[in-house]
Design a protein around this ligand. Structure first.
Ligand code: ATP
Ligand code: MG
Length: 570
């Protein structure tokens, strides 16, 4: 490809709404353009990288025995009603009506479609196991699309779905996909690591996310360098000790705390109640009902755990008015010892189990209660692990201190079990003639998010540094002086032709521009190799070979092609 024949609109400055390096670089390097918030066009160079990532995914999925299919983006709502997700996934669903008034959903994922297919086409254990995948556009009505391709309303996802006869065989399918994902990210030049994950709205029992460490990532991951334990913060637990029990005896005592509405204020003079001896009482509205959540004063509630444990589809903190309506007091004075209506459930964090000599709100503005023994004085409906782990807490597996880092989720594998197959009748006849639901798994990769994660992980002050396998072009030839028939241009065209004939992706920068401009653009786009041909070095019979992330070397012009072939490993 000749540069002048492509469309590579590089920018000196990043548009103001591009907040993170990868988003800025994708725009500046002329790889993508925004059409609307969360909706992007891929330009020729961006599309080339995208297609290379897709090719790697296809090769690895095929190698793992998955079958490529193409499912429709238009989905009838009935299958979502049948799976029970019309409500639970409701807020991300794009809904539209056709001219007859019939409603449709735009595919955010395809469990319902593939399970419907399996229900119709798979009837015998002899047809199993099967794994189907597709690479297609998905739609999600993200409330806050941001960071370019990272969180878009329209994006490309690879989704795969496995069907097995037994749990054991389903685990083998899961492992195969887990391994395939690992290979895919490695081949894309990414350092990814798997973490234990919450199963969220998709449901299921077992799940891992593939993470790319990045300061700009939207996820937090707790991990242990000593034993390898790693989990999304939404799922992570630690070996932190429970609250120390003290001598019990004293009865509850109400004491005045005028104006004190925070854990910190109560920890100060004159009260001096350490945060770890306080019970924090939170009112949440879960699926339109008020619930109380108790965590220790120095702990933070993890909302994902709350939803996962209670099975709530939607949960949010109650407003001050809703708190008052529930407990007769405002936030800051809330407690669960008295005035808790019978129909309001109380969920307490495990760390409080057995805790006594605690202080909590009195449900009366300006008062707290001390000498509270949680098991004696509070009617806890259910105990759960609800707190968020912090850095430094002992690893749940080996007790060494945990670390926390930010990361980008690029892939997600789930063992679904029979949740969907039961609801959508994806059953098979087993060898013994019994009809059973297939045991399912699902396996997603955010393809467009992966592309941006590569850029986020691999860049410097000059631009992108593409890993070889996914660069839009592997080599950029930059003749300095582009007059047709000039020695530099003639040699450039010769190398271009030879490399292209040998299967290398080459772009020839035939723009009549200053060398500085051309070098800057080549570095910005981030081609792995640049060959510069100037009159001066050419007079010595040499050209310059500049790997994007290594020093320049002068080589004999006639060796250029072989040198490139060696570097690209072809
Ligand atoms: P997130 O937690 O980031 O919203 P998710 O857990 O809802 O993602 P999955 O349903 O697991 O996403 O989808 C599979 C993959 O699709 C994710 O691992 C991610 O890489 C990608 N993905 C999900 N939502 C988006 C989006 N809005 N834009 C781009 N990629 C996305
Ligand atoms: Mg996910």
């Amino acid at each position: 490809m000749k540069w002048t024949q492509s469309l590579i609109p590089t920018l000196r400055e990043a548009p103001a709404d591009a907040e993170i390096p990868s988003h800025q670089l994708l725009l500046r390097a002329g790889l993508i353009r925004k059409l609307a918030g969360g909706v992007y066009t891929f330009l020729p160079l961006g599309l080339r990288s995208l297609r290379k990532i897709e090719r790697i995914i296809r090769e690895e999925m095929d190698r793992a025995g998955a079958l490529e299919v193409a499912m429709p983006a238009l989905q009838p709502p009935e299958i979502w009603e049948a799976s029970g997700r019309a409500q639970t996934a409701g807020d991300v669903l794009f809904k539209l009506k056709d001219s007859s008034g019939r409603q449709w959903f735009l595919s955010p994922t395809a469990e319902e479609v593939i399970t419907t297919l399996a229900a119709n086409e798979i009837n015998s254990y002899r047809q199993l196991p099967k794994n189907f995948y597709q690479i297609s556009v998905k739609f999600r009505d993200e409330i806050r699309p941001r960071f370019g391709l990272m969180r878009a309303k329209e994006f490309i996802m690879k989704d795969a779905y496995s069907f097995d006869t037994t749990d054991e065989s389903a685990m083998a399918s899961y492992q195969k996909m887990f391994d395939a994902h690992k290979r895919i990210f490695a081949r894309c030049g990414l350092q990814s690591f798997p973490v234990e994950a919450d199963t969220g709205v998709i449901g299921g029992s077992h799940s891992h996310e593939f993470m790319i460490p990045a300061a700009t990532g939207e996820n937090e991951v707790a991990y242990c360098e000593a034993c390898g334990y790693a989990a999304n913060i939404e799922k992570a637990t630690s070996g932190i000790p429970k609250t120390a029990a003290r001598e019990i005896g004293a009865a509850i005592e109400k004491f005045p705390t005028p104006g004190v509405v925070t854990i910190e204020a109560l920890a100060k003079e004159p009260y001096k109640v350490a945060a770890n001896r306080q019970i924090k009482t939170l009112v949440y509205i879960a699926d339109s009902k008020a619930i109380l959540i108790l965590v220790r004063g120095d702990d933070q509630l993890n909302e994902t755990k709350l939803m996962a444990r209670t099975g709530a589809v939607a949960a949010r903190p109650a407003t001050a008015d809703e708190c008052f309506a529930t407990l007769g007091a405002k936030p800051g004075s809330l407690g669960a010892v008295a005035n808790v209506p019978a129909d309001v459930k109380v969920f307490a964090d495990e760390r409080l189990r057995g805790a006594n000599d605690m202080t909590t709100g009195a449900n009366e503005d300006g008062f707290h209660l001390k000498n509270v023994s949680i098991e004696r004085d509070i009617k806890v409906t259910q105990w759960f692990d609800l707190r968020t782990v912090s850095a430094g807490e002992p690893c749940v597996k080996c007790a060494k201190p945990l670390k926390i880092r930010r990361a980008i989720e690029v892939g997600h594998v789930f063992k679904l079990g029979t949740k969907y197959s039961e609801k959508l009748n994806a059953t098979f006849l087993d060898a013994d003639g019994a009809r059973k639901p297939s045991v399912m798994g699902c396996y997603g990769i955010g393809v467009t998010r992966t592309l941006q994660a590569i850029v986020e992980q691999s860049n410097d002050k000059d631009g992108i540094i593409w890993p070889l396998a996914v660069a839009p072009y592997t080599v950029c030839i930059t003749p300095l002086g582009v007059a047709p028939g000039s020695p530099a241009m003639t040699l450039a065209e010769k190398i271009y032709t030879e490399l292209t004939a040998r299967g290398v992706d080459v772009i020839l920068d035939d723009r009549d521009d200053r060398p500085g401009v051309k070098f800057k653009d080549a570095d910005l786009v981030g081609f792995p190799l640049r060959i510069s041909i100037g009159e001066k070095s050419l007079a010595k019979g040499e050209v310059e070979l500049k790997p994007r992330n290594a020093p320049l070397q002068a080589i004999k012009a006639e060796d250029a092609v072989e040198a490139v072939m060696k570097l690209v490993g072809a």
